[in-house]
Ligand binder design. Structure first.
Ligand SMILES: [Zn+2]
Length: 300
């Protein structure tokens, strides 16, 4: 019985993934989701029904448009498979419960916002608002009116914390450090996980972002020829390793503090100089932090 349901959840996941591809494409090009019928984004030829089967069509067509032979983005089958996988593990983890339904809904929202943020740095804040509201409903079903209060307080905490972080940017760079969508998403996370857990979810998001941002940052410094920052970063990482793995003595601690402060100074200096500052796509980090909390925390 379980396997039978799992099979159908996978099929439904594939179909929803296919729908999310349309939502992502249309929300980036500001078209209606329902009209016009699906067509090739390159030659605009209307597609046959068998060009729309999740994953299978991509394989049958060998990744090319049937009419103009333009390459079809690998994004389509990847999102279909990712949706299927996420729906399936939600069901395996939480079984036939309300929780599974909410988790699937939230994961869907995260997925769409993550892809649009990565591709175009565009996030539909209405999705975040919908997720936040669904969070209130979820917490009400779990723990009644206490849940509603925890959910609303969580929303406020998420918004305030993220907005403070974003505005820290004014202190040293004269602009926001993060986009406004990140504040909406943090509020939504507060609504879902409540005041008792929002700090942890944001912390997981921060850890995820560091895993991606630190190497990216170093690469940019290297590319822009900021040799001093590169050298200081390597020195800093080395001293941290020496301090924790080999010798935690007074002198190494002193070197660690000196390289740390010089590195921070050199980074701030670079940020001030950069002309075209772009917001980092931070929604993916928040989404991954939330996924980690959903599947690995005992508190959910
Ligand atoms: Zn075409």
């Amino acid at each position: 019985m379980e396997n039978y349901i799992l099979f159908w959840i996978c099929i439904i996941g594939l179909c929803f993934g296919s729908f999310f591809n349309v939502v992502i494409l249309r929300s980036l090009s500001n078209e209606s989701i329902v009209f016009p019928g699906s067509k090739c984004p390159n030659c605009e030829h209307k597609l046959f029904w068998w060009h729309n089967i999740p994953v299978l069509s991509y394989i049958i067509l060998r990744g090319k448009c049937y009419f103009c032979k333009e390459k079809i983005s690998i994004q389509y089958p990847v999102i279909e498979l990712a949706t299927m996988f996420l729906f399936a593990i939600s069901f395996i983890k939480f079984g036939i419960t309300w929780k599974t339904l909410f988790v699937i809904l939230w994961i869907s929202g995260f997925l769409i916002m993550t892809v649009t943020d990565l591709k175009e740095k565009l996030v539909d804040c209405n999705i975040a608002i919908a997720l936040g509201v669904s969070g209130i409903l979820y917490n009400f079903l779990q723990t009644g009116t206490d849940g509603i209060i925890a959910s609303i307080l969580g929303m406020l905490a998420g918004v305030v914390i993220m907005e403070l972080v974003a505005r820290l940017g004014y202190l040293f760079a004269g602009t926001r450090a993060l986009g406004e969508a990140d504040t909406y998403v943090a509020g939504a996370l507060g609504g879902m996980f409540g005041i008792q857990s929002i700090i942890w979810v944001l912390l997981y998001g921060l850890i995820v972002s560091m895993i991606f941002i630190v190497p990216m940052f170093l690469y940019n410094q290297y590319k822009n020829n900021n040799k001093l920052t590169c050298i200081l970063s390597v020195l800093f990482i080395l001293t941290v390793l020496i301090y924790y793995k080999l010798a935690a003595n007074y002198w190494i601690a002193a070197v660690l503090i000196i390289t740390g402060i010089s590195l921070a100074g050199s980074i701030l200096n670079n940020i001030k100089r950069e002309e075209n500052r772009n917001y980092l796509p931070y929604v993916p980090a928040l989404a991954l932090g939330a996924l980690y909390f959903i599947f690995f925390s005992v508190n959910f």
